[in-house]
Design a protein around this ligand. Sequence first.
Ligand code: ZN
Length: 66
Amino acid sequence: MDLSYICVNHNCSFPGAKSFEITFKSEYIMDENNVASLFCPFCGSELMQVKVPDVFPENLSKDNTI
Ligand SMILES: [Zn+2]
C-alpha cells in the first residue's frame, strides 16, 4: 500500500490545482511508524498522512460514497 502525504493548509502557496501531495511506494517504507513528520515545502505545514490515494481526507467525513 502506498502512503501519501498531503498539505491540508487552505492558505498553502502550492501553485497546483490540488493540494501539495507526495507519495511513497510501500517498498520504501519498512515501518511507517518510523517515518519522520514531513512538512510542506510551500507553506511549512505538517503534512497529513493518507493511506488511500486519490481521496481527500476532508471528503471522508461528509461523504462515504467513494
Ligand atoms: Zn502547504
